[in-house]
Design a protein around this ligand. Structure first.
Ligand code: WT7
Length: 647
């Protein structure tokens, strides 16, 4: 087992924010004296009115609700910017690394970020934005993306960021769901040398969105766009007409901060709502603990601001802590697989935080690209988004980090606001593939199918026994769905949807989703969403989508499609269906395999037996693997499916 165990390295054994005993004592206090602990921790933020109450949440149906620091008042943007101005006005808040290595990086000091955010906030106000309004942000990875989040927070508007890779159709659905009145976008994005037509997509989406009154457009690439009179505004023109000062709006701790849409196992994407005080505390505390953050550290989270990782660990967590946060416009392997490490060298990055799928893609290209760079500045290597396979973990640790940098594998979800189970570098001996131990105040439990709590070394469903400050507060517009989705399966507990194992040393190992959510390149996708897109196609009668193991993506998308009678199953239609899903949802939902199926395996009550579809997609087609098929309405469909398996 010694090979599988990586003790805290000497370089981290002393001087870390928490050593092992310190972490254990801190955790114990967070549980035993929770309210006092959290009121103390809350002091890391600047409050206009400090809270006197901490956790007032209940997961029970009778008095259900999640609430923290309810009498506190603060502003998130003031916490991320203004409070650093006294000491750190001229220090770099944001480093921007453009897509092309030949273009010049940009740097913004805290004072400059203050001015940019205030101007954008004033532009939004002039465009009619008020506290509580929803503003949709559809931007590439440019500094304005961070300014946009902070500008909304400054005036108390609720932002809803939509990832730039989503289609006009998906964008429209998210605008309509929360009735956004303003959209912030750019002429184009740039990724891996290619232009992304953001403004064109917005124009297409807005045909279906009557609630939108104004579109604020950032000139990012200078690409040609059409501007609609009376609706569309160039940010640089408007910003020149407003003041560079905008007083932050005092917000109650439980006032909404943002909505972020994420996929579930059923229905359309849910608008996960996070609020002001608890979320910011969670993002900033977990950023500090997981990455042992110290003032002056140069930190790079290589996620997209369109996902929660970007919200919590590019923008809110690091800026609340006064860090220098790097925003990278492009992709890790452009123009070559050495790029990510070249950026590390160029900006002397100390902590990098990325996803297993990126590591697997880079690993495949060989070690020479890594060895062509120095990486001496690196001290910590973070990972997030899906279980990291031990092979990728070892490569990250040995080849990238030259055995000196702990791997911080953070398990969490859009719903949790920030890291829930993760190592801290000075305290945690690591095991490749384990996210290790809970963060302060987090009580993970493993339960069986009936909800019985399993003790000791065991495996089952991962639930969280009580609330934590960063927990989501509701599903936008559907509080009942919030309760039903997360608190009804195992009453009194938050259901994560993940499976987990706990080993004899108490380490947690996330085993993957136990519901119909799949994880494609660290992007969460509901199989139901892909199915809905497929059945909208005129040739399709029925569709069933499952995940299957994929070397680089972690999971791939495998679709079984039953055509309307008279339709011909051929490669042209297969291509057309792939294209169709890309336009309905976006490239991240591209099916990897489409199998035409005259019939799907259904029970006599009409329920599709996904277990069988999963096995066939995985290539496990022995009678033993497929299990009992006698309860199917027509067991012979299985033979047809096996015979026509794709890939
Ligand atoms: C799902 C949440 C966490 C922010 C990015 C994804 C999976 C996430 C890990 C990890 C194993 C992980 C889980 C989770 N996941 N991080 N370190 N180890 N699995 O957020 O889109 O809300 O997806 O991602 O299955 O439920 P998300």
């Amino acid at each position: 087992m010694s090979d599988d165990f990586f003790p805290v390295p000497d370089s981290w054994a002393t001087g870390a924010l928490m050593d092992r005993a310190g972490r254990e004592a801190d955790y114990a206090r967070s549980i035993d004296d929770a309210d006092a602990y959290w009121l103390e921790r809350a002091k890391r933020l600047d409050w206009i009115t400090p809270p006197t109450r901490a956790n007032e949440s209940s997961f029970a149906e009778a008095d259900f609700g999640v609430q923290w620091f309810s009498d506190g008042v603060l502003n998130v943007s003031a916490n991320c910017i203004d409070r650093h101005l006294a000491d750190r006005a001229d220090e770099t808040a944001i480093i921007w690394e453009p897509d092309s290595p030949d273009a010049d990086p940009r740097r913004y000091t805290y004072a400059q970020v203050h001015a940019e955010v205030c101007r954008l906030a004033n532009v939004l106000k002039a465009a009619g934005a008020k506290k509580g309004d929803r503003i949709t942000i559809y931007l590439p990875m440019i500094p304005e993306a961070a300014f946009a989040l902070l500008a909304c927070a400054r005036i108390g508007a609720i932002h809803s960021v939509v990832f730039g890779g989503f289609s006009p159709e998906a964008l429209a659905g998210r605008i309509i769901d929360c009735d956004s009145t303003i959209v912030i976008t750019a002429d184009e994005g740039r990724r891996g040398g290619k232009a992304v037509p953001l403004k064109v997509n917005v124009d297409a989406a807005l045909k279906e969105c009557p609630s939108v009154r104004k579109v604020v457009v950032v000139k990012a690439t200078g690409g040609a766009v059409t501007m609609k009179d009376g609706r569309d505004l160039w940010l640089h023109e408007e910003a020149a007409t407003v003041s560079a000062d905008c007083p932050p709006e005092p917000m109650k701790a439980e006032d909404p901060l943002f909505i972020l849409y994420t996929s579930g196992s059923t229905g359309k994407p849910k608008g996960v709502l996070h609020t002001t005080g608890g979320y910011l505390l969670w993002a900033s505390l977990t950023h500090e603990l997981c990455f042992d953050y110290r003032p002056g550290d140069i930190y790079w989270c290589a996620a997209d601001i369109g996902w929660v990782t970007g919200h919590s660990y590019i923008v809110y967590g690091p800026l609340a802590n006064g860090a220098t946060t790097l925003i990278y416009e492009g992709v890790p392997n452009y123009p070559t697989p050495a790029r990510i490490w070249q950026v590390v060298d160029r900006h002397q990055v100390q902590t990098i935080f990325t996803a297993p799928t990126a590591l697997r893609a880079l690993m495949k290209e060989g070690d020479d690209f890594v060895h062509s760079t120095s990486r001496k500045s690196l001290r910590l290597l973070g990972t997030v988004g899906e279980p990291i396979n031990p092979e990728a973990w070892r490569w990250y640790h040995h080849v990238v980090g030259e055995d000196r940098c702990p791997i911080i594998d953070t398990w969490w979800q859009t719903e949790t606001g920030g890291a829930m189970i993760a190592p801290t570098p000075g305290a945690t001996d690591l095991k490749p593939g384990s996210a290790t131990f809970p963060m302060p105040g987090v009580v993970p439990q493993i339960v069986d199918g009936e909800g019985k709590v399993l003790e000791g070394a065991t495996e089952g469903n991962l639930v969280i026994a009580g609330s934590w400050p960063g927990q989501m507060r509701t599903v936008w517009g559907d509080h009942e769905r919030f309760f039903q989705t997360y608190f009804s399966t195992f009453p009194g507990k938050y259901t994560t949807g993940d499976g987990a194992r706990r080993d004899a040393d108490g380490y947690y190992w996330i085993t993957g989703r136990v519901d119909d959510v799949i994880n494609v390149s660290g992007h969460r996708m509901g199989t139901a969403e892909v199915e809905s897109a497929l059945v909208l196609h005129e040739s399709v009668a029925e569709a069933a989508v499952v995940g299957f193991p994929h070397d680089i993506k972690g999971q791939g998308i495998y679709a079984y499609v039953t055509l309307n009678s008279g339709e011909e199953a051929n490669d042209a239609l297969r291509k057309d269906l792939v294209k169709w899903v890309r336009t309905e949802i976006g490239p991240i939902a591209t099916p990897d395999a489409i199998q035409f199926a005259p019939g799907l395996p259904k029970t006599r009550s009409g329920k599709i037996m996904r277990r069988i579809l999963r096995k066939i997609a995985e290539g496990e087609v022995s009678a033993q693997a497929l299990g009992d098929t006698s309860t199917l309405a027509d067991p012979s469909v299985v033979d047809n499916l096996v015979a026509n398996r794709q890939g």
